[in-house]
Design a protein around this ligand. Structure first.
Ligand SMILES: Nc1nc2c(c(=O)[nH]1)N[C@H]1C(S)=C(S)[C@@H](COP(=O)(O)OP(=O)(O)OC[C@H]3O[C@@H](n4cnc5c(=O)[nH]c(N)nc54)[C@H](O)[C@@H]3O)O[C@H]1N2
Ligand SMILES: Nc1nc2c(c(=O)[nH]1)N[C@H]1C(S)=C(S)[C@@H](COP(=O)(O)OP(=O)(O)OC[C@H]3O[C@@H](n4cnc5c(=O)[nH]c(N)nc54)[C@H](O)[C@@H]3O)O[C@H]1N2
Ligand SMILES: [Mo]
Length: 773
């Protein structure tokens, strides 16, 4: 099979036309520190320039991420600083908030003026840039327009579609990681009361590998570190994350680490902006004096997918060191808390340096230097994001990270441990509160007992399986609770066909996006309140809770007047659908929505670690979910932390092919594109690009901005192509290439997901890149 897109963008099979085709692309490598004045200038332009009027006043910024008195930043999941300055905000967080607070509106007049067919030719930027959705809309196939519908009729339409399914497993309920904990709980309750565990989420594309690896090794699906650990570690290993763009508040932690003399090692095929120098986002004095702080001791640039070899190499060097310095390995810790060490040592010793060099594309000396830093540090944290997870071998690599930590007892004590950088602001909370297509029996038992339902026990569908089931007609109703499924998912053409094959698609959203245009035979758009907005219910002003990447649960309270009087909160929308779909339900849906404290009281009885939820979540900083592994209690089958012994993956490339990773630019939030610029990578006015090593370009006779066709070769041999992308020479290992999601999702074959995590392999595509004809 070969999928061709006729030009760079094809509304029938992928994202649509670039925003400003007239603007000339520019590329000037960026040498300034990350954050600082560049960021401040960009924010100002964004707050005033783009939107033409100030939107986010100082009051809103001050309220963001404040001790339980404001709203949680809807940006990344990096925790709020506990000590010192609470004004821990960043350029991108301000962008995300401003985008939600826009004055523009997408009302019925807009839909009356534009058919769906017409809107499919608009760019992602233009769609979202129309502003906030204001009223429930239903698709009218006669006219190909969305038309207004009352909430009551919308709920009845959705309820009827769900009621009439022959089997509840013909519905699938997607969650994007912005959904608050209370709505999350109601959402999974509705799905399970209906009788399905089909609860795919963005985590299936994000940190599924982290959850599975940590669960197997340590008996917890989460990292064990908190921000105080970051503040006391002697060495930080930062793998596969573009911190300056995607977790900017991490820069503060890195700069502080550098000041106290801690070592920072970045492991990334690209040297990202945050991996050299930064200006701490909130230190305005530093901005004025342009005083940059180092954020790196060492940069290792392995080839894409080479992380396993890097970590194993460091472990090998540590074990070699232990022959002369017994303290290099923490034998007491290993004996007391772990199992499988001897087998692990044997596989590490059996892995040769030449093989490690070949697979990592680094030299033995480079790896040994990182090992030296690791051995010299009393306390080490290893942190990672998508550069590690979105691979076939994501789970094995994270287990190797844990192996390395265990070797020196870097677990269960201050300043040490595994610390995955989560994505969406509440993606971790979604999982904690029941969004899991493979729920644990204990969770279901408690849900049954407390909520009086009979939840299904067989596993449900994840993201990829949902797409396949929709395409095959086995799933007929798709509900998207936030997010932009059509574009975020792999294999755009295939995913579009799948969504279009549904009897009904229902999207609960704040802004217009591609998933409203790529819809089922019947389609609903249900507009909801954003996190910044006041949520008034019968019981008064409501707050909703979220969990950050370090397991802190705290309240978020919107304060802005809702974008439209018709908007409903996510809990209210879920309850509306649930009542219509489950007319005989004994669940007190309205009672819950009237006062979210009541949802929390039920959650306290169902969810581990949420005891006394209502009181504890109102403590000044909220509360931290207890972490057995942090206390050196391992809920694994052996009762110990388990070493793993995976073989080194073979990354040998076929001649003429490159390995391509899909990434975010600085100016985007997943599928939300703010501009065509990527400041820290020095790119302007261009998203249809591919970064390559200059020797790989030369070999193909290519120069800056030359047009190329990119063809991916899937495991099953099928090919997918993008045409007329422009090439940029970049500091990236040979044989590697990179470009932007979601445009490049066209290239991700639906069948190419990890056999270890079921995650689509979005960072490791086999491609051919040739000059366009
Ligand atoms: N502003 C902004 N913030 C965001 C997001 C956003 O879109 N915009 N998205 C949020 C979400 S949902 C998530 S999950 C996170 C994502 O945060 P990131 O993981 O930073 O996201 P990506 O842009 O995909 O970047 C992946 C990084 O991994 C590197 N990489 C690629 N392949 C490899 C590899 O094989 N090994 C290693 N070691 N590195 C590799 C890339 O060079 C890049 O630096 O950010 C969250 N925060
Ligand atoms: N090729 C490739 N594909 C990827 C990735 C990659 O690295 N490479 N990364 C993957 C990852 S890590 C993730 S997390 C997914 C992201 O996938 P999603 O979470 O599905 O996508 P987003 O772009 O974050 O969703 C944006 C939309 O969310 C809606 N929205 C915003 N705020 C709210 C809110 O408060 N409530 C509701 N109901 N809706 C809201 C708006 O309508 C907006 O258009 O993409 C994945 N796709
Ligand atoms: Mo994510």
């Amino acid at each position: 099979m070969a999928v061709e897109t006729t030009n760079a963008f094809d509304p029938d099979s992928g994202p649509s036309a670039a925003r400003d085709a007239a603007a000339e692309p520019e590329f000037t490598p960026y040498h300034h520190p990350a954050a600082g004045w560049g960021a401040a200038k960009s924010v100002t332009e964004f707050m005033i320039g783009k939107e033409r009027e100030p939107i986010l006043g100082p009051r809103a910024i001050m309220k963001m991420n404040h001790e339980n008195s404001g709203f949680d930043c809807p940006g990344c999941a990096w925790p709020d600083s506990i000590k010192g300055i609470h004004l821990d905000i960043c350029e991108n967080g301000i962008k995300h908030v401003t985008w939600e607070m826009t004055h523009k509106r997408v009302g019925p007049e807009f839909f009356a003026a534009h058919s769906v067919r017409e809107l499919t030719t608009w760019s992602e930027f233009d769609l979202e840039n129309q502003g906030r959705l204001t009223e429930p809309m239903v698709y009218d196939p006669e006219t190909d327009h969305y038309v207004p519908i009352s909430w009551a009729d919308a709920f009845e339409l959705a309820g009827k579609a769900l009621r009439e399914l022959a089997d509840p497993n013909q519905a699938s309920f997607y969650t994007s990681g912005r959904l608050g904990n209370e709505a999350t709980f109601l959402y999974q309750l509705m799905a399970r009361e209906l009788g399905t565990n089909n609860l795919p989420d963005c985590s299936n594309m994000c940190h599924e590998a982290s959850g599975r690896a940590l669960q197997a090794a340590l008996g917890t699906g989460k990292g064990t570190c908190d921000l105080e650990d970051w503040e006391t570690a002697d060495a930080l290993f930062i793998m596969g994350v573009n911190a300056a763009s995607n977790a900017p508040r991490m820069l503060t932690a890195l700069a502080e680490a550098d000041r106290r003399g801690a070592a920072i090692v970045h492991i990334n095929p690209l040297v990202e902006a945050g991996a050299t120098r930064t200006i701490i986002p909130h230190e305005f004095l530093q901005m004025a004096t342009f005083h940059a702080t180092n954020t790196s001791t060492m940069n290792l640039q392995p080839r894409i997918g080479g992380d396993f070899a890097v970590i194993r190499g460091i472990a090998k060097a540590v074990l070699e060191e232990a022959r002369t310095d017994p303290k290099a390995v923490d034998t007491e810790f290993i004996d007391r808390y772990t199992t499988g060490f001897d087998a692990y040592r044997a596989v590490v010793e059996a892995t040769s340096w030449s093989e490690l060099e070949r697979q990592s594309a680094l030299t033995e000396a480079e790896i040994r230097r990182a090992a030296r830093i690791y051995c010299d540090a009393d306390r080490s944290i290893i942190s990672w994001c998508l550069g590690v997870t979105q691979h076939e071998h994501g789970v094995d690599t994270i287990r190797e990270i844990v192996n390395l930590l265990l070797l020196r007892g870097n677990l269960g004590r201050e300043g040490a441990g595994p610390s995955p950088v989560r994505g969406h602001s509440n993606v971790q909370g979604n999982r904690t509160c029941g969004i899991d297509h493979r729920p644990k029996p204990e969770f279901l038992d408690r849900l049954a007992q407390v909520c009086g339902i009979d939840p299904p026990r067989e596993p449900g569908l994840d993201t990829v399986a949902t797409i396949e089931a929709m395409r095959a007609g086995r799933v007929k109703v798709f509900v998207g609770m936030g997010g932009n499924f059509a574009l975020a998912a792999p294999d755009s053409a295939y995913t579009y066909e799948a969504l279009r094959n549904c009897d009904m698609t229902i999207q609960v959203s704040t802004k217009l996006n591609r998933s409203h245009l790529v819809h089922g035979r019947a389609a609903l758009i249900l507009p909801c309140l954003g996190r910044t907005e006041r949520d008034e219910q019968r019981g008064g002003l409501q707050e909703t809770s979220v969990e950050d990447a370090m397991a802190m649960v705290h309240l978020s309270r919107g304060m802005k007047k809702p974008a439209s009087g018709h908007l409903r909160s996510e809990p209210a929308i879920i309850a509306g659908i649930a009542k219509a779909a489950l007319p005989d339900s004994d669940t007190p849906w309205d009672h819950y929505v009237d006062d979210y404290d009541r949802i929390r009281d039920t959650m306290a009885k169902v969810i581990d670690g949420f005891e006394d939820f209502n009181r504890r979540v109102r403590l000044p900083l909220g509360f931290r979910i207890k972490q057995p592994a942090r206390e050196l209690v391992f809920l694994t089958s052996s009762g110990k932390a388990e070493f793993s012994t995976a073989d080194l993956p073979d990354l040998t490339q076929e001649a003429g092919t490159l390995t391509l990773a899909t990434l975010r630019s600085h100016d985007q939030w997943n599928t939300t594109i703010y501009s065509d610029n990527d400041r820290y990578r020095g790119v302007k006015n261009l998203r249809t690009l591919v970064f390559m090593h200059e020797d790989d370009m030369r070999e193909r006779g290519l120069a800056l901005f030359d047009e190329v066709d990119i063809t991916s070769i899937a495991r099953d041999g099928s090919t997918r192509s993008l045409h007329r992308y422009q090439v940029i020479p970049y500091d990236i290992p040979r044989g590697c290439a990179a470009g932007y999601m979601p445009e490049m999702n066209v290239l991700c074959a639906i069948g190419d997901y990890s056999t270890q995590s079921d995650q689509p392999i979005m960072k490791n595509l086999k491609v051919r890149i040739e000059r366009s004809v």
